[in-house]
Design a protein around this ligand. Structure first.
Ligand SMILES: [Zn+2]
Length: 287
């Protein structure tokens, strides 16, 4: 603790909720009355266009950015880092206490936190490099059940807790946990991308027919499903708010946006388009 200087020890639990693929405008359209209680809903920009690098960035403590003009990046990072004094209910956090790992779970562990991750997307499963410095890291059995995560959260007065929740309801196919999989929308070429990658390569070349791309009506249905998923998540967040102790600071954001047909794009990942960077951001302490 010698390196912490005059730091005041943290008093808050910290919960970081990442609504996977949730676009800023889907979030706003859903009017999430519970989540907005945390503070002003901001439109921010993700550092990456898909799940893994974006979560790495979040776990470096860099939340989606504001794209500030006339400011050096180093100044912005400093400002961002100081924000952890509010988030952790601490004072005098120094950036040097964050190096050399530059990784939130390790930094928080050093401050006495229990550190936990519950994730929905297999691409950030516990065997990936992201799982470093966590006391527990779990890939949830269902990709779309935030309620199951809330049920496993525990808080104690002895030690503050950090939780990363990667929430999958807002990810394609934007299905709620009680919706039977046979009712989910199916877009050929999107399902099980990594799982089926090798099956489509024969003799080093891509085999099989190229799947037909989307139509606009399908895209509108999918967009509406994401908005409905945010409404559902808002109800689960109410249960989270009821569960957490008073001294809990919560950040809710997304890892990247999603394209619903704009300029010929669907989804996220290998896409350079404004809508893949736009994410919602809201944070604060409830009481
Ligand atoms: Zn994602």
């Amino acid at each position: 603790m010698e390196r912490m200087g005059t730091m005041r020890p943290p008093r808050n639990n910290y919960v970081l909720v990442v609504l996977d693929s949730c676009r800023h405008d889907s979030f706003v359209k859903a009017h999430p009355g519970t989540m907005r209680k945390l503070g002003k809903i901001e439109r921010r920009w993700s550092y990456a266009s898909w799940t893994a690098p974006s979560h790495f960035n979040l776990l470096m403590g860099l939340m989606p950015h504001r794209s500030p003009k006339h400011v050096f990046a180093s100044e912005y990072y400093k400002h961002e880092f100081l924000k952890f004094n509010d988030r952790l209910g601490s004072g005098g956090i120094e950036f040097r206490s964050f190096v050399p790992t530059l990784y939130l779970p390790q930094f928080l562990s050093g401050l006495g936190y229990r550190t936990h991750a519950m994730v929905s997307l297999p691409v950030i499963n516990p065997r990936t490099i992201l799982n470093s410095g966590f006391d527990s890291y779990k890939l949830m059995p269902k990709h779309n059940d935030m309620r199951a995560m809330v049920a496993e959260m525990k808080f104690s007065v002895e030690r503050p807790a950090f939780y990363l929740l990667n929430v999958g309801e807002t990810h394609y196919p934007y299905a709620l946990p009680d919706e039977p999989p046979e009712d989910w929308p199916r877009i050929s070429g999107v399902h099980g991308v990594f799982k089926h990658l090798d099956e489509q390569v024969v003799g080093g070349k891509l085999a099989g027919k190229k799947p037909r791309f989307f139509n606009i009506r399908q895209m509108e249905t999918l967009r509406q499903r994401q908005i409905d998923a945010v409404r559902h998540v808002d109800r689960v967040v109410k249960e989270l708010f009821d569960l957490v102790p008073k001294n809990t600071y919560i950040t809710i954001t997304s890892d990247h946006g999603e394209l619903f047909g704009e300029d010929g794009y669907f989804g996220h990942g290998p896409i350079h388009h404004e809508k893949v960077w736009e994410v919602p951001f809201v944070e604060g302490k409830l009481r």
